[in-house]
Design a protein around this ligand. Structure first.
Ligand SMILES: Cc1ncc(COP(=O)(O)O)c(C=O)c1O
Length: 315
């Protein structure tokens, strides 16, 4: 089955009782038990809901993983993952992480004794040196938000395997349409489904995908124990949004490529970051591990702060 067909059909079986072609929104807090403890798989929506299961099936399939757990947000997903660590454990991470993820590691998790070690994960020597210090995870974001830096997921996964360290990839900017970290050797994929996957700026969500059943059980537990569950309506909306991911990503990438090429010739542009430009410092690695370069372009202009504000306000 092709990507676009999977995005529409996997996890979206018609509803058995009525034949409704689209699964309904299960807005329920709790579920009837025929006798105490006898359920149909769900007992309380903080712990599970058919809309979560449906969206998880779609996401696992698109990321070529066996298991997925959806969360209240991308940061909720990261929180659940890191909650499996203990005081004294270390996480090596890309230093150009999305600011909110950086803040979570640096300002919150540090308080629980989890060591955060940001490095330039574009540099394989730096990665190997950091991995030798025995972290629990290497947490990559590729491309990064905001500077579109690319880490070599396959090469880093090979190094990490040598030392028994798990590789996590925040795949939000690429989406499963353009990049599949599990197929490149990574162990865990994280998304903020708030972005391209939801696709309509009306929902916040996150997910973790892997092939590790024990991890899935731990993440489901963390979601339930810490209240990191999304709402059934939000997951239903995101399931609706993901159906058009393929066509949206094709257009986003074509638009971004056109804008990046135009801006790279512009006299007021001093620096441009887009992995689809041959001049991008890691264009070759991006080409090797991504089937397209996605939709975000970062630019530095030869303008004062005031002029830059004016420019942005005019968009
Ligand atoms: C790359 C990346 N990862 C994670 C997040 C966090 O996701 P959320 O806002 O859904 O918590 C974001 C949000 O902007 C992001 O850009």
């Amino acid at each position: 089955m092709q990507f676009a067909t999977k995005a529409i059909h996997i996890g979206q079986e018609p509803e058995q009782g009525t034949g409704a072609i689209i699964p309904p929104i299960y807005m329920t807090s709790t579920y009837v038990q025929e006798e105490p403890g006898r359920t149909k798989g769900y007992d309380y929506t903080r712990a599970g809901n058919p809309n979560f299961s449906n969206f998880e099936a779609t996401l696992a399939s698109l990321e070529h993983g066996k298991y997925a757990t959806v969360f209240t947000s991308g940061l909720g997903a990261a929180t659940a993952l890191i909650s499996n660590l203990s005081s004294g454990d270390r996480v090596v991470a890309t230093n150009d992480l999305y600011g909110g993820t950086y803040r979570l590691f640096d300002k919150v998790l540090k308080n629980f004794g989890i060591e955060f070690h940001p490095i330039d994960t574009q540099d394989l020597n730096a990665v190997e040196a950091a991995i030798k210090s025995g972290p629990k995870y290497v947490f990559l974001e590729s491309p990064t938000n905001p500077l579109l830096r690319i880490s070599d997921i396959e090469a880093i996964s090979k190094i990490a395997k040598k030392y028994g360290v798990k590789v996590v990839v925040d795949n939000t900017f690429a989406t499963p349409f353009f990049q599949n970290p599990l197929l490149l050797g990574a162990d865990i994929v994280l998304h903020s489904t708030t972005k391209y996957i939801g696709g309509h700026s009306d929902v916040i969500g996150g997910v973790i995908v892997s092939n590790d059943k024990k991890l899935k059980e731990k993440l489901d537990f963390a979601r339930m124990a810490m209240g990191l569950n999304p709402s059934p309506f939000d997951t239903w909306l995101a399931s609706r949004g993901i159906k058009t991911l393929a066509v949206r990503m094709e257009r986003h990438a074509a638009n971004a490529q056109g804008i990046a090429e135009f801006l790279s010739r512009h006299s007021l542009v001093t620096n441009i970051f887009y992995p689809g430009l041959p001049g991008h410092v890691n264009h070759d690695i991006a080409k090797k591990q991504m089937s397209g370069f996605s939709g975000i372009v970062s630019v530095e202009f030869a303008l004062s702060l005031e002029q830059t504000k004016q420019l942005i306000s005019s968009f």
